[in-house]
Design a protein around this ligand. Sequence first.
Ligand code: AMP
Length: 435
Amino acid sequence: MKMNLITNGAKGTQDVLPRDSFQRSFVEKLLFDIAQTYGFGQIRTPVFEHTELFNKSVGETTDVVQKEMYTFKDKGDRSITLRPEGTTPVVRAMLENGLHNNALPIKLSYLMSCYRYEKPQAGRYREFNQFGAEIFGSEDPAADAELISMANDMFNRLGIKGLTLEINSIGCPKCREKYYSKLKEYLESKKADLCPNCVDRLSRNPMRVLDCKSPICSEITKDAPVILDFLCEECSDHFEKVKSYLNQMQISFKINPKIVRGLDYYTKTVFEFISTEIGAQGALGGGGRYDGLVKLIGGVDMPAIGFGLGFERIMLILAKQQVSLPEPEKCTIYIAGLGDEAKEMALKLACIARQYSINAQCDIVGRGLKAQMKFADKIEAAFSIVIGEDELKTQIAKLKNMKTGETREISLDAEKFGDEMMGIDLENRFGKSDK
Ligand code: AMP
């Protein structure tokens, strides 16, 4: 059919079609179910927030704030931003709704769409979804270990293999002061070769240079001093404890002193789950501690840690590793009708079947009987019934198993039909009474 579409979907966005939607829902439910076993409630926040929330928290020098946010003025002349990440809105919502007054720790999980104006490629979109989890009110390294273990559990339970967990500690502002001056000194000596972005980062936030993906900058930062050598005693002890808990939980990890994460608010533990199987965008998820963010946003001093998993990347790797996911349920019973009266009956019986959670379909297009049966074949209906004049008269029809061709009688009386539907065996066999 020739189409005259007004326009295509916007660049970097995706339409999720029925089969994928079904499988995403399955994955989503599994993730929330796992989070629930760790004591996480669910939270939902608006797609947009006031811009200043992100400017301050994510950090003025980050790529996200500088280049990637979808920011616009609304009709009331307020600056609005589509959320580029989940943690900040969740912190705002937690504080605004007084959740921080509840018993600590507070554990919140969510699935939310995020928006970043990035160059789209496989695994990188302008609208994407993050499954996130945040723990508020604990500075204990056990919280870090528990949160990392939950993400690890999620990947394992989904059947994803071959991921590497990389961890690092980026310390607290105290350790960073010393580190920054050493890092700056090193980077200043290479300034002539750094990309223009990194020259700018160098004065404003030198650790950001470690995050640069340009090959020359990556080469330069290979020999840069690492934050781990500058941790204060408290941060160092904290990191040792996190590692020791992970070891006790038999979660293997690699220390990567180059992980700094893209957002400014992180402190101490940071981590990423990396795959080599889905191309350049290999981070399936990442997170870290952000002990200063809650205070920055709402004045309440509350340590916290969280992660965000890239939902699309999870779906990509599940497909890549051919992990089998449930398929959407097909039509269980197609009720065909010949003539107006039969059509009415078909509509009524389909409704009855649906009361028993049966996927029941009948003609709503105006097809003739032959075309209806062709359609029933196409949608792979497990059973069919044909209602014609005789069936209307006797109130009895033939229930046909579409795979085997076997038939048996079924009453069209509403109550009896309902009883049959209750007993119908979804594995394409006949009702329980037949076994
Ligand atoms: P971040 O906090 O930026 O590290 O994001 C957390 C996770 O979200 C990443 O590890 C990715 O899996 C996913 N993610 C981030 N940006 C994008 C994007 N533009 N498209 C798809 N997934 C993304």
